[in-house]
Design a binder for this molecule. Sequence first.
Ligand code: ZN
Length: 239
Amino acid sequence: MGAGGRMSVPPSGSLKRVPISKPPFSLSDIKRAIPPHCFKRSLFRSFSYLIYDLILISIFYYVATTYINHLPQPLSSVAWAVYWAVQGCVMTGVWVIAHECGHHAFSDYQWVDDTVGLIFHSSLLVPYFSWKYSHRRHHSNTGSLERDEVFVPKKRSAVRWWAKYLDNPPGRFITLTIQLTLGWPLYLMFNLAGRPYDGFACHYNPYGPIYNDRERLQIYVSDAGVIAVTCFLYRLVSA
Ligand SMILES: [Zn+2]
């Protein structure tokens, strides 16, 4: 589009604050600039991505459970760690496909998207509908100090004193590690780093302040999905 080049931004270095005037293009201009075929949802193509990931996951699982235990120590421990990372990358692909289902981008059929999303987000212990609703509000309020759902931008006065020591590659590695391991479950459970709510905001609570009356029943369905997969995993590990 190139329209951004016409914005009256002072040369870099002299920028004291972010531009507050509206950009010279609208959201519909951006949508018009995207080729129409990009908005077409193909059931076949979407399922092909999903099946491709499931095949990769099965292969990695088979190789790991068949061969890693035969390796001598410490090679076997190293191999398990590598397996977790590799399998985690592919499973993140499945997580993203379920995320697209939440945006009704997987197919033209809402019920297909919700069924696929519920199955695959539950299998990754994500409460599908609960997150779908809060996440949708995140997209419609991204970057808003008052209304964004998560990753709420901080005012300069709210930035902690130690933040400047994390603004380097090792610091970012530590931050991302904490965010991806503890941050995500803590956000779902306790709304950590989420926007302030009146009352305890928890993605598993159908009566919490995140949801309205129309959404509550589906929060129960999301919880049932996560509980079912947790029980399955418990039995799998016990066996
Ligand atoms: Zn999204």
